[in-house]
Ligand binder design. Structure first.
Ligand SMILES: [Zn+2]
Length: 179
């Protein structure tokens, strides 16, 4: 997803890319990665780029516009500083809700916030998306700078979030099995 959006949103996508776990074969910058084809995204070489897919991106980018505006307002109101200090409650009616729900796990990366809660709203049609910006729960993770109420939960890695402690454990485990 970050690769797909790179030409359109180069700065933001670079940020997203830098937040992804480092892999040996992943280039340093998103702009060094090759543009993915439909097969990369959909995991099926026979699926062509179709109208439905096009429509999904249009919806996601439209919601993103709305999110950026809401974050900007929150910053102006001094409620939050960096966007990772925020969590969002997005209330959406169909068809937007279904699109967002399909990408539920990626939304916080797309919007660069610490958490996104998706709520299905009533009503229908356009304008059925409402974005609420709140301060993120918990403390800042030393490793990824996301906020999580679970920072400090892991005794071995008390300054990082649950995702990072899982990654660190995995790194430690693979290092010890190689040794
Ligand atoms: Zn983290």
């Amino acid at each position: 997803m970050a690769r797909l959006l790179a030409p359109i949103l180069s700065f933001t996508c670079e940020e997203v890319w830098q937040h992804l776990p480092k892999l040996p074969d992943r280039p340093q910058s998103v702009h060094l990665a090759k543009f993915p084809d439909a097969a990369d995204v959909l995991g099926n070489s026979s699926v062509p780029e179709d109208d439905a897919q096009q429509h999904e991106w249009t919806t996601l980018l439209a919601v993103r516009e709305q999110v950026l505006k809401a974050l900007e307002d929150a910053r102006t109101g001094k409620n939050i500083g960096k966007s990772l200090e925020a969590q969002l409650v997005i209330t959406a009616a169909d068809p937007a809700y279904s699109v967002l729900a399909r990408h539920r796990d990626q939304l916080r990366y797309l919007f660069i916030v610490s958490a996104v809660t998706l709520v299905q709203g009533s009503g229908n049609g356009t304008g059925g998306v409402h974005v609420e910006v709140k301060k993120a729960d918990g403390n800042k993770c030393d490793r990824c700078w996301n906020y999580s109420p679970r920072v400090g939960e892991d005794q071995t890695y008390p300054t990082v979030c649950e995702r990072c402690s899982a990654v660190l454990k995995e790194l430690e485990r693979s290092a010890s099995t190689k040794a």
